[in-house]
Ligand binder design. Structure first.
Ligand SMILES: *Cc1c(COP(=O)(O)O)cnc(C)c1O
Length: 454
């Protein structure tokens, strides 16, 4: 085995296709219209999505070709490096081998441009003037602001209010790219006004911001609405992460026993993990997959599998997935990108089918893991990514306790250079541990609509 730390590929190794997990990894239930209970078809989805993306969303083809224009842009940061965390292994004194795939080298610091760029490309082709999106911690907003700037699209971003306040530099970055950033809930939309009427101190949530963005996009056909996570086509775009990681683990001469990702909407985890599952299913070595979610927003571990809306006001159709209820408002933890009441139907199905495990982790234990990672590996992880790090460290410690080796691969979904206020709070000892009371969960679950057909 080599003693390398960094496994790099060359440009020719950038994938030429996106792998579609809906082809083989998990089949998802149809999307339903909440009024008629009927399946939502192609035409209806084109109301807020270019046809090319709707085709991908509904497809069960194994692969989609990556357009040359998109692959050309990918070349700026792909292939991303894969590292072996030798110094972290040493600090843990573990026989486990720990690898991580680092997506923080992308222009805006996370994996999100992998899908923001193709979504901007297809919207531009479809003749849209601009894009409108919601964002949690601001990573998606920044990625779309970047992609919009490349394709000459106007970008408006509704940013969850608590994150807008916690992370002012994300707003500044979006504005630097030429986008407009609005804290949500806002008074600009009927959705925002009605949410504020119910609760004037609403901290905002991804679901609420999504309602605002969707309402604006539906009202103006020259605007496209781009999805940051959860949908099938987004999970497919993110497969570039796992496809590269497969090649890099081969370079390292190892195969992961377990693949770990943090899970908010589920796309970065899907992108890293599902290609390994595809490999296992076609005769490759077995692999465990593990979703690490925040205890403050425990969609997979405490949610229910049901048809629910993807936004607070119920403007989207119904998706069958794990959900905490579309009115669930998670406590304001720093991992803003993981505060989603719902999860990708593909991830949900993989968990339901026993193809993937899920654990919920608390904010402080994740920051502790992030601190150790920073001090050993030298990269400051995004608060979201610290969930994957915590889970990887726990796997490595379990291997140590059992006295045997284990090969661990986790996704380092982004860097935390814009999240220093959270680290500052941790260092000052004022970072609160998240508390989620049963009542808040019960209130959220109660907002799941009555089943119409499952
Ligand atoms: C958005 C984001 C996440 C959450 O991603 P999902 O794919 O929706 O689970 C995780 N980490 C970082 C750094 C992010 O920006």
């Amino acid at each position: 085995m080599s003693d390398r730390v960094k496994y790099e590929l060359s440009e020719k190794d950038i994938p030429t296709t996106w792998w579609n997990p809906a082809a083989d990894v998990a089949s998802v239930a149809p999307i339903l219209d909440p009024k008629s209970g009927r399946e939502v078809g192609f035409d209806e989805l084109t109301r807020s999505m270019p046809e090319a993306l709707v085709r991908q969303e509904l497809s069960t083809d194994r692969e989609f070709e990556i357009p040359d224009e998109v692959r050309e842009i990918y070349r700026q940061w792909r292939p991303t490096p894969l590292f072996r965390a030798r110094r972290l292994e040493k600090a843990l004194d573990t026989p486990a081998h720990i690898y991580y795939k680092y997506e923080g080298v992308a222009p805006t610091g996370s994996f999100k441009p992998n899908t923001a760029v193709p979504q901007a490309y297809y919207n531009k082709l479809a003749g849209k003037r601009g894009l409108i999106v919601e964002t949690g911690a601001g990573q998606w907003g920044c990625a779309v602001a970047f992609a919009g700037a490349l394709f000459g699209l106007d970008v408006q971003v509704f940013m969850v209010r608590v994150s807008y306040q916690q992370k002012p530099y994300r707003r500044a970055l979006m504005e630097t790219f030429g986008a407009e950033c609005i804290p949500s809930p806002s008074t600009r939309t009927a959705a925002g006004r009605s949410i504020l009427a119910e609760n004037p101190d609403h901290p905002g949530s991804l679901g609420a911001a999504k309602s605002e963005a969707l309402q604006m996009a539906y009202a103006d056909p020259t605007l496209g609405y781009a999805r940051g996570s959860a949908l099938n086509h987004v999970c497919a775009h993110q497969s570039v992460i796992g496809q590269e990681a497969i090649q890099q683990m081969e370079l390292a001469g190892e195969h992961p026993d377990v693949v770990i990702g943090c899970s908010g909407g589920g796309s970065n985890l899907a992108g890293l993990a599902f290609p390994f599952l595809r490999q296992a299913r076609s005769g490759g070595p077995a692999v465990r997959l593990l979703a690490a979610e925040p205890a403050a927003c425990p969609t997979l571990t405490r949610g229910r599998i049901a048809y629910d809306y993807a936004d607070t006001m119920g403007l989207t159709p119904l998706f069958r997935m794990h959900t905490l209820g579309h009115k669930f408002v998670p406590p304001p933890v720093h991992a803003g990108g993981l505060r989603a009441h719902n999860i990708a139907p593909l991830i949900s199905r993989a968990v339901e089918d026993g193809q993937m495990e899920a654990i919920a982790l608390r904010q402080v234990e994740c920051f502790e893991a992030g601190m150790l990672f920073t001090r050993t590996e030298g990269i400051l992880p995004a608060p979201e990514s610290t969930h994957a790090i915590r889970a990887a460290i726990d796997e490595a410690l379990a291997a140590k306790a059992e006295g045997r080796g284990r090969t661990i691969l986790f996704g380092l979904s982004g860097h935390g250079n814009f999240d220093l206020a959270a680290y500052d709070a941790y260092l000052a000892g004022t970072l609160a541990d998240d508390s989620l009371d049963d009542e808040a969960v019960a209130r959220g679950l109660a907002s799941i609509p009555e089943p119409i057909a499952v």
